[in-house]
Design a protein around this ligand. Structure first.
Ligand code: AMP
Length: 287
């Protein structure tokens, strides 16, 4: 596995592979890898001849009071996992490589970036879109793979690729969960044992919504109240989540509010804080 650290060598690596007739899949990550990330690698391998991962904790997508400093960094273990998974190359730039002095251009946010995460993490998607666009320029792959765990992020990148005519195919990979239902996340390692129990309320709330819909409930506000209840009301001895940023049903394409779960796709999205850890999860619903 080649480890690429400069823009020139990274671009040359991808260009060479493509000149040789190989297809290239790009898997951007912030490291602290888990099976969710590795599932994106496997998806890339099933579509393309070569898979290139990136590991970069992108400072511009963190707000001033967020966890940039404490975000888990474990490069050696990550490289071992990528090597074992058969990744061909990994781009590991420093912040100076990505944002040299004088850097000042950013991608503006599309409409789908405005609600939900856009409201609670102002500037987050501007940072995400800018770094993803830079990766698309530095590593001009055929395909880029992102997880549905970050549902809105995928919608935002899809809008950017569509609106700015970026020549790359996007693939959304399904959410990988722990056996008890918790969506895998690098941030799960922040959770204490009790918080880990509380965090299960999130996947449970989404699961309950799926079941309610199967049982015939299609009213969005009723389903949203149930999501809130599962997150915050007493269940056995499990503490409630500490706060709910949102627990909503939205149109899966536009992320605009819906009144009914319709035959078109609707998505339930939750962002909640457990202790000081902010967790997100979602489930696509069909009636
Ligand atoms: P991150 O390192 O958290 O920025 O995530 C890198 C990529 O992995 C993003 O496209 C995420 O959506 C994806 N990802 C993170 N967690 C999961 C998961 N549990 N299942 C599937 N994809 C995931």
């Amino acid at each position: 596995m080649e480890i690429l650290t400069t823009v020139d060598e990274a671009r040359r690596h991808v260009m060479n592979a493509r000149f040789q007739g190989q297809t290239v899949a790009l898997v951007p990550t912030m490291g602290a890898l888990h099976d969710g990330h590795l599932s994106l690698v496997r998806s890339g391998q099933s579509k393309c001849g070569r898979v290139i991962a990136t590991i970069f904790v992108n400072p511009t997508q963190f707000g001033p009071s967020e966890d940039l400093q404490s975000y888990p960094r474990m490069l050696d273990a990550d490289l071992d996992q990528l090597r074992a998974a058969g990744v061909d190359a990994v781009f590991v730039p420093t912040a100076e490589v990505m944002y040299p002095s004088g850097f000042s251009t950013h991608i503006g946010e599309p409409d789908v970036a405005k609600p939900l995460e856009g409201e609670f993490r102002p500037g987050h998607f501007r940072g995400v879109m800018t770094v993803v666009m830079k990766f698309f320029q530095i590593l001009p792959a055929d395909v880029a793979i992102f997880g549905q765990k970050d549902f809105q992020q995928f919608a935002v990148i899809r809008a950017m690729v569509r609106d700015l005519d970026v020549g790359i195919d996007l693939i959304a990979a399904p959410i990988i969960r722990e056996s008890d239902g918790l969506a895998m996340s690098s941030r799960n390692r922040y959770l204490s044992k009790d918080e880990r129990q509380t965090s299960l309320r999130i996947s449970r709330a989404l699961n309950d919504a799926v079941n309610s819909i199967r049982a015939g409930e299609d009213d969005a506000s009723t389903l949203e109240s149930r999501l809130h209840q599962t997150l915050t009301q007493p269940i056995d001895h499990i503490a409630p989540v500490d706060s709910v940023d949102y627990a909503v049903l939205r149109d899966a394409n536009t992320l605009e509010p819906v009144r009914k779960v319709s035959a078109q796709e609707t998505v339930a999205l939750i962002a909640a804080r457990v202790g000081s850890t902010r967790l997100i999860d979602n489930a696509v619903l069909t009636f």
